[in-house]
Ligand binder design. Sequence first.
Ligand code: PRP
Ligand code: URA
Length: 207
Amino acid sequence: MHEEIQHPCVQHKLAIIRDVETGHKRFRELATEITQFVCYEALKQLKTREVKVQTPVAEASCRKIDTDIVVVPILRAGVGMLDGILDLLPTARVGFVGLYRDEETAQPVSYYDRLPPQTRGGTCIIIDPMLATGGSTNAAIDLLKQSGATDIVVVCIVTCPEGLAAVEKEHPDVTVYTASVDERLNERKYIVPGLGDAGDRLFGTSA
Ligand code: PRP
Ligand code: URA
């Protein structure tokens, strides 16, 4: 299952982040801003519990978030979304999954993971700007499930039908939230039109 956030504020920022002329400073700012909008939608199903709060006038019946939240950026580009989601969820724990895509095969290669124990029983939110073939996202979901996670959502900035189908096939219980479902993958397994190599654009490492 997936949800595309078509709000004009998100689409406006997406138009700027896609632009080849947008430099890494602005790219990073936009990644943070878009992440906040998409996460806002993704978090709407979080469990809450009733709490009583004394206002200056009377007792109010309020709701507070009632689940351990673990945010899991896929290194390296997922780090570019971390500040945005932590602004919304300042007490969230953070686990890291290190994966890169082999340039020849486009298969994910795992090089690091460090997850907090609260993945078991909590809500895990995987963040990565690009969900292309879906290989990296599926590998991160596999790892989280092996660590005991049962409630997992994915937040990305851009994806495509091929990647969504791959995640849906392997993990039909996981919902993907995105700012855009683009047209397709090209022969190099890049998203078209996409925004290029997200890690390079975020961190200024392109040639
Ligand atoms: C990019 C991106 C995803 C992955 C998506 O990372 O950030 O993790 O590719 O592709 P997939 O859906 O086909 O697996 P990359 O491998 O370029 O590593 P980086 O973040 O370190 O630059
Ligand atoms: N990784 C990226 O950074 N961009 C793509 O389009 C595909 C994979």
